[in-house]
Every structure is written in C-alpha cells, then in structure tokens.
Design a protein around this ligand. Structure first.
Ligand code: XIL
Length: 297
C-alpha cells in the first residue's frame, strides 16, 4: 500500500502519530497527518496538568480538538496519560498521602469518563519504574501513597471506561533488562490477581539501533496475555532507517503487537530537539526512515 496507515491496516495494525492541537492549522502537518496515520495520540493535551489545571476543574479544550480532528479523519485515538509523576499540575505536586491518592483516582475517573467510548487504548500509568538497574519503583509522590497505587489507577480506569484497552507505558523497557523485567513481573502479578490490564506500551525512544532482543521482549509480554504497542517511537543517530525497519518487523512478528505510534510527524515537531528522529523532515518530505518503515510493513 501507499501509506503507513494503509500498509499497517493491511497487516491488522494501526500506525499512529503523536500530535499537538496547536499545529492543526499547519497545512503541511495536517496533510501528512490525514494521509499517513490511522491513530493519533495527544502529545500533551490529555495529561494531568492540561486536563485538571485546578483541583476539580477540568479543561478538555485541547484534547477535545484532537479527538474531533481524529474522528473527522476516521482515525482512532490513544489516550495518554492518566497517572504520571511528570506534568502533574502544581496543586497536585503539593499533595501527598491519601489526599494525593484520592485526587489521582478522581482524575483517572473524571478523564476516562469524559472520553468514555472514544479511546482505543489508555496509558493508565506512565513511567512508574526507576532506571536504577534493579527494577525498583520510581520514587515519586504517587509511589509514596502506597505500592498499590498502580493497580488502584487501573481499577478506576476500567470502571470509568470498560471498552478501552488499559495499558502500562514506559521507556528503557524496549529490551530484556532489569527495568522491563520488573514491569513484566508486575503485569504477570496483575494477570494472576485479576487486576484489569490489557496492554503494555513500549515508548521506544531509541538512539542508533533497537536492542537485539527487542522482538523477544515484546513476545514475552504478549505471552502473559496482554497486547503490546510501540507507543512513542523516535530514533536518533546513525542507523536510523535500519532501526525503524527492525522495530516495524518486530511488531509485525508478534501477533499481539497491535500498532505503532511515532512521537511526532516532522523532525521539527520532535521533543528531541536537534536530533531529527522522525520520518519526515522539517519541510514535510519523506526521509529514508519513512521508506524503510513502509517497505517493512
Ligand atoms: C513529551 C512531549 O513530547 C513534550 O512536548 C513535553 O514537553 C514533555 O513530554 N515520555 C512520555 C511523553 O510519556 O509524554 C513525553 O512527551 C516524552 C517522554
């Protein structure tokens, strides 16, 4: 097929992009968005600081614009992210303990309810594990509310939107390592105890190459009985085109890998400023990495 979205669709997968509501008036951006992608993620607009700027006061302006644009284009929407230590509003940063726990759970409930039935997969909890090489939980105010904060968030999300696939999402979990194994153990435990979890997101912010055991890592999670998704793909450095092909082929080789999302459209849209990690150049032209993905699909 001629586009990323159509080619992925032919293989039963979605191909998505993270987008910003503020760029929807850019005609180059929207042309590529409409033609190439079958799923979108709000790059920032559905995060806690954006959606609940004051406690109990919800603002869905940006998220709703992205949702409406996606629906007009016939695209699915990934929800990102309900509970995360980063991009918390100031008021929530000043809370702790049971007050923070109930504020977080209320946030999960309210946002998932607002978007009920509209989101194919939600990142319910984002980046809860540390990079200490020992698979520890990340130290955060959320973690200090009790080790069960993650499962509490998943239960609230399920109650609010039973149709959405509920994902745990993280970075540096793309190969088999201490951090990904800690996530694996959590997912295995959740499945054993009936905690509602449907999918694991692998951010895949990569440099030069994908880990050699990338596919094996996806497969071991899939074998736990969850879907896997590549949720924030961007690859900087040499070997970019080959690494994009490797990630694409790995997803296609894992039956439960349901889709790939790149974290932006053009290099100039990337949060990784100056590293040109995306599939289109600043002028909106297809890069070698684009062709590499298309050929791999
Ligand atoms: C990034 C956005 O791309 C930036 O615009 C924002 O300033 C910071 O967050 N992991 C995630 C994403 O889960 O939400 C982050 O997005 C990138 C890292």
């Amino acid at each position: 097929a001629a586009t990323l979205g159509a080619s992925a669709e032919a293989k039963g997968r979605y191909f998505g992009a993270a987008i910003a509501a503020s760029k929807l008036g850019d005609s180059t951006y929207t042309r590529i968005l409409k033609s190439e992608f079958t799923s979108v993620t709000a790059e920032n607009e559905m995060k806690w600081d954006a959606t609940e700027p004051s406690r109990g006061v919800f603002n869905y302006t940006g998220g709703d614009r992205i949702l409406a644009q996606a629906q007009a284009n016939g695209q699915k929407v990934r929800g990102h992210a309900l509970a995360w230590h980063s991009q918390m509003p100031g008021w929530a940063q000043s809370l702790s303990g049971s007050t923070l726990r109930s504020a977080m759970l209320n946030h999960v409930t309210q946002v998932a309810t607002h978007y009920k039935g509209k989101i194919h997969s939600w990142d319910v909890v984002n980046e809860a594990f540390a990079d200490d090489g020992r698979g520890s939980r990340r130290d955060s105010s959320l973690q200090r509310t009790g080790n069960d904060w993650i499962e509490a968030a998943f239960r609230s999300a399920r109650a609010a939107d039973p149709a959405a696939k509920l994902c745990y999402n993280d970075y540096n979990t793309d190969g088999v390592n201490a951090k990904s194994t800690a996530v694996y153990n959590m997912v295995r435990d959740f499945k054993a105890r009936g905690v509602p979890i449907d999918c694991v997101g692998f951010q895949s912010h990569l440099t030069n190459s994908a880990p050699g055991d990338y596919q094996a890592n996806l497969q071991r999670f899939a074998d736990l009985g969850v879907d896997v998704q590549i949720t924030e793909l961007d690859i900087s450095g040499s070997g970019q085109a080959a690494a994009y092909a490797a990630v694409t082929k790995a997803c296609l080789a894992v039956a439960r890998c349901t889709g790939i999302t790149v974290w932006g459209i053009r290099d100039s849209d990337s949060w990784r400023t100056g590293t040109n990690p995306l599939l289109f150049d600043a002028g909106g032209n297809k890069k070698a990495a684009y062709t590499s993905v298309l050929n791999a699909l």
